[in-house]
Design a protein around this ligand. Structure first.
Ligand SMILES: [Zn+2]
Length: 104
């Protein structure tokens, strides 16, 4: 005999079929970094996350990546020429002068 699914499972199944698909939720999450989502959009995301652990994990990972990239951006040494070693800067100037003075 097959047991009848619990009320909770039946409600989750109905809810899952009424909510936007994962692809739409991921797009909304991406848009949330560029604009403020409407109350309806935030509610849809919240409800989707209640039934879809994959989207919840994915958005958590994206948040972690964004946070880590932001921290690394502030901690990484600048790549600008003002941090170029003086010896390299002098060598570059010398070679540029040579190239300008003696065009091939
Ligand atoms: Zn999902």
């Amino acid at each position: 005999m097959i047991s009848k699914p619990s009320l909770k499972k039946r409600l989750m199944f109905r809810l899952a079929h009424r909510l936007p698909p994962c692809k739409a939720i991921v797009r909304l999450d991406s848009e949330s970094h560029e604009r403020r989502l409407s109350l309806r959009e935030r509610l849809l995301m919240w409800m989707h996350f209640r039934i879809c652990s994959w989207c919840q994990r994915y958005t958590d990972q994206i948040k972690l990546i964004r946070s880590t990239a932001s921290q690394a951006k502030h901690q990484a040494p600048s790549q600008s020429s003002k941090h170029m070693p003086e010896e390299s800067r002098a060598r570059l100037k010398r070679r540029l002068r040579e190239a300008v003075d003696e065009p091939s």
